[in-house]
Design a protein around this ligand. Structure first.
Ligand code: PEP
Ligand code: MG
Length: 544
């Protein structure tokens, strides 16, 4: 038996024969026997054929994985017609008297290298796409056609890398899972895997000798087994069967209201860390996004993300959610979440230090860049803003004034901005104690129970030695949650929980009885929670 580890894109078990996918390396002849005019005509024909293929792929993706994921093929269609790209190809054909395939392949490589070197994250990501488009054109020009990825039997696909078009073209009934050496968890390929609900591992040291052998992807433990022992095979097959049963039961709850037997409704929203998580949100039928931890955009970057970079991300999330609520939490950096380029001082007590809203209210240029990006995205969906780590009323007033300033600047410049609901996180005991005042400034509260527990119990949540003292069920924490809900409701402010405690099924009934309006949890917790909510009857005496 061999074991290789990687990064899991989706929890789950896949068992089946390994199919090793080798991309066909075609020989591209540079010098043409034809005239440049004839090569230009070949290129134009291939371009039209590629447009047609991409149109079909778009329709297939739209039907199978939704508009957002299908959009990549529209981007490819636009690239095919991009003036700079087309002119570069034509120029190589004309000046070097080269074949169309050589001109396309060279241009693809050049553009890809240029995009990859750019600072703008959106443009960087286009490096893969321009290669993909060029590969398609070269396939058409050389008559190689689309390499067949899968055989007749369902397989675990092992490949060096997979492009989005390769992934979406796969016949899902033949694909049990995939393992690649390259790829990132934010790539479109990863997004597609999540949306298609296929166990997948990336960053694995793959080996051609696996071809044809029995493989098991264990997404829970981030590894793949080749030629597993009989015992391991049996154990993981049992786990796979139980996953299937669980999932089938839960899938039946899709489209069902989050409503107790006696008619009490609650919103079940999802927490996300990046745009790649939106597929899971949709797959698990969340009513909205209750916490977009925007700081991950900053942590994934080597420099301050620009307004345009952030706007592209927020817009994509808002559009994909198609009118469902998306609550973007403003930058919550500091403490355990550090990015070098912020040049933050080393602190004695970082959890009590210069972090989150404290940084934003001090370094307004960073804050305003983010607020402008969020406001611009609000024209494309139902966007809400939430400020983290609030302790005082003046912080909320200052943050709101800065937001109003950004709105005015955008409006004066004629840039569209939508309506934005404003909320704050309640994650310090101070915020709970002044919740009546805070509630008059905002439209919602979201309880950050991870930090609320830390600050209430005076326990560093990063310190593993204190695990047994870190008790989010502590009566003090539960009492603060109740006080927050009551204060919010006194002032027409809805109240949710976006900390991990929101997914604690032993407390769902307690929270509902307290009057909670929303629970925002990881996408995979949505359907299990819906099941619990639907089984409760609050008209009966409490069972907890
Ligand atoms: C929280 O503190 O509960 C919360 C949701 O924020 P984070 O875990 O990102 O600090
Ligand atoms: Mg927090």
């Amino acid at each position: 038996m061999q074991v290789a580890t990687g990064k899991s894109i989706l929890d789950g078990i896949a068992i089946g024969p390994v199919h090793f996918y080798r991309k066909v390396d075609m020989v591209i002849t540079p010098v043409s026997a034809l005239t440049p005019a004839e090569e230009l005509a070949r290129f134009a024909t291939a371009q039209a054929k590629a447009q047609e293929q991409l149109g079909l792929l778009y329709d297939k993706a739209l039907a199978e994985v939704g508009e957002d994921n299908a959009a990549i093929f529209e981007i490819h269609q636009m690239m095919l017609e991009d003036d700079d790209y087309v002119e570069a190809i034509q120029s190589i054909i004309e000046t070097q008297k080269a074949t169309a395939e050589y001109a396309v392949s060279t241009t693809g490589e050049n553009f890809s290298a240029t995009f990859a070197a750019m600072d703008d994250a959106y443009m960087k990501a286009r490096a893969v796409d321009v290669k993909d488009v060029s590969h398609r054109l070269v396939n058409i020009l050389t008559g190689v056609g689309e390499a067949s990825l899968l055989g007749d039997q369902p397989v675990i696909l092992v490949a060096d890398d997979l492009t989005p078009s390769e992934t979406v073209q796969m016949d899902k009934s033949k694909l049990l899972g995939f393992v690649t050496r390259k790829g990132s968890t934010n790539s479109h390929t990863a997004i597609l895997a999540r949306t298609m609900n296929i166990p997948a591992l990336i960053g694995v040291d793959i080996d051609e000798s696996w071809d044809g052998k029995l493989g098991i992807i264990d997404g829970y433990n981030h590894c793949v087994y080749i030629d597993p022992t009989t015992d391991l095979h049996a154990t993981l097959e049992r786990k796979r069967q139980s996953d299937l049963q669980q999932r089938a039961l839960l899938q039946g709850l899709k489209g069902m209201p989050n409503e107790t037997l006696d008619g009490r409704k609650v919103n079940l929203y999802a927490n996300i860390g990046n745009v790649g998580d939106v597929g899971l949100v949709l797959q698990n039928d969340a009513t909205g996004i209750g916490l977009f931890r925007s700081e991950f955009i900053y942590l994934n970057s080597h420099d301050y993300p620009t307004e345009d970079e952030q706007f592209a991300i927020y817009k994509q999330v808002a559009e994909t959610m198609g009118g469902k609520k998306v609550i973007i939490r403003t930058l919550d950096i500091g403490a355990d979440k550090q990015a070098d380029y912020f040049n933050l001082d080393k602190e004695e007590n970082p959890a009590l230090g210069f972090r989150a809203i404290r940084i934003c209210l001090t370094r307004k240029e960073i804050f305003k860049t983010q607020l402008r990006a969020i406001l611009r995205a609000s024209a494309y969906g139902k966007v809400s803003i939430m400020f983290p780590m609030i302790t005082s009323l003046w912080e909320v007033k200052d943050a709101k004034a800065t937001l109003a300033e950004c709105r005015k600047e955008l409006e004066d410049a004629g840039i569209p901005v939508g309506e934005v609901e404003i909320g704050i996180m309640i994650e310090t005991p101070a915020a709970v104690m002044v919740a009546d005042d805070l509630a008059q400034e905002v439209e919602f509260f979201s309880l950050g129970t991870n930090d609320l527990t830390q600050y209430t119990l005076a326990i560093d949540r990063q310190n593993p030695k204190l695990d047994r003292f870190y008790d989010p069920h502590h009566p003090a924490v539960l009492r603060l949650i109740r006080m927050t809900i009551e204060a919010g409701h006194r002032h027409n402010c809805w109240v949710g929980i976006c900390g991990e405690l929101g997914a604690d099924s032993t407390l769902t009934e307690t929270f509902l009885r307290m009057g909670i309006d929303e629970l925002s949890v990881s996408p995979s917790s949505i359907l299990p929670l819906r099941k619990i909510v639907r089984s409760l009857d609050l008209s009966k005496e409490s069972q907890v």
